[in-house]
Design a protein around this ligand. Structure first.
Ligand SMILES: Nc1nc2c(ncn2[C@@H]2O[C@H](COP(=O)(O)OP(=O)(O)OP(=O)(O)O)[C@@H](O)[C@H]2O)c(=O)[nH]1
Ligand SMILES: [Mg+2]
Length: 323
């Protein structure tokens, strides 16, 4: 595959080229990964700064519905190009998808200025990994003004998505019973904006949830000047979603003005660096013959029970370091 051509197609906004490039990034084949790295180097940074928005919430909270309403509004009324990466945490048990057909965002996906990518990510609880970050960068290179990352709130996913984005919106649902409206306080602290969704179904419960969350948030001390805001929302209503968007805009303006956005981007880049070093190291180690040999020897010893797993692993690493 010609990476110069692919890079140029992406930068001209080709959605098929973008989809192809993301497939390369997600591939586990070493040759594809090398090609993907080559591609990332070839992409010029855009002169505009896109918005990186993470959206999380329990299964069925209304994330995809919210993104569909927001995305259509951003394309049609704000003249924006909208990319959505929907992270689908493949179940370790069934290998199946939790999101299923609901990720499709039917109406949004039909717009020329929208790109929707459901990404099945195996083995990572919550599904965020380096390829998500790099896919986001590809979307930016393709000229998208906003990249929205949808993740189901399981495992460590909220923490991982927080590290990836500028703004983090949590969609809560009233009356889920457990804990504080089904959301752990630690997760609430990650959010810049919280929307209590499905407020149209039971407005009283939504208002109550909003009050409870606001009071819980007053206990949180933050180094940032922005105090997280809580709103009630109906993801099916354009006007309601527009309200949430305007609060997100307020937050983004504040971090642009006080320099926090620049610091965030720097932090995101440094995390990327660390992740990249780790994956490149692992890739290079795994492809080395000495490693394969050392691993086979260690496996044999463990299988024959002649060595404790910890001892075999330490010995392997020790031997590897000598090479
Ligand atoms: N009445 C009402 N229904 C909603 C609202 N938001 C979402 N729904 C409905 O709730 C159901 C689940 O919505 P989704 O958008 O698929 O939820 P999700 O959070 O993306 O779900 P997963 O991706 O499976 O985690 C759908 O039937 C939506 O139509 C809302 O604000 N009000
Ligand atoms: Mg969804």
């Amino acid at each position: 595959m010609d990476m110069d051509q692919l890079a140029s197609d992406i930068q001209q906004g080709g959605r098929r080229a973008l989809a192809k490039a993301i497939t390369l990034l997600e591939s586990t084949r070493p040759s594809d990964r090398l090609a993907a790295n080559d591609l990332l180097l070839k992409l010029r940074p855009q002169n505009k700064t896109s918005i990186r928005l993470g959206i999380s919430g329990v299964p069925g909270a209304g994330k995809s519905t919210f993104i569909e309403t927001l995305g259509i509004n951003l394309v049609k009324n704000h003249g924006m190009k909208v990319a959505v990466l929907a992270i689908d945490p493949s179940s370790p048990v069934s290998g199946g998808s939790l999101l299923g057909d609901k990720t499709r965002m039917e109406s949004l996906s039909q717009l020329d200025d929208a790109f929707i990518r459901p990404s099945p990510t195996k083995g990572f609880m919550g599904g965020i990994n380096t390829s998500t970050r790099e896919s986001m960068l590809l979307c930016e290179a393709a000229g998208f003004d906003i990249v929205i990352i949808e993740t189901v709130g399981v495992g460590q996913s909220e923490y991982q998505v927080r590290e990836l984005v500028d703004a983090f919106l949590l969609l809560a649902v009233p009356n889920t019973g457990d804990e504080l409206q089904g959301i752990k306080k630690g997760i609430m602290e990650l959010a810049d904006v919280i929307a209590v969704n499905k407020a149209d179904v039971d407005p009283k419960a939504a208002d109550l949830a909003k009050i409870q969350m606001e009071s819980a948030l007053t206990m949180v001390t933050s180094s940032s000047l922005w105090s997280p805001r809580v709103l009630t929302n109906n993801a099916l209503s354009k006007d309601s979603v527009e309200m949430v968007w305007s609060v997100l805009q307020e937050y983004l303006s504040s971090i642009r003005a006080n320099g926090d956005l620049e610091k965030l981007r720097e932090k995101q880049n440094l995390i990327w660096l660390k992740e990249k070093v780790q994956t490149l190291m692992m890739d290079s180690i795994k492809s080395s013959e000495s490693y394969v040999m050392l691993m086979q020897q260690a496996q044999l010893k463990v299988q024959k029970k002649s060595q404790h797993v910890v001892e075999a692993a330490s010995e392997l690493v020790g031997e590897w370091m000598k090479i």
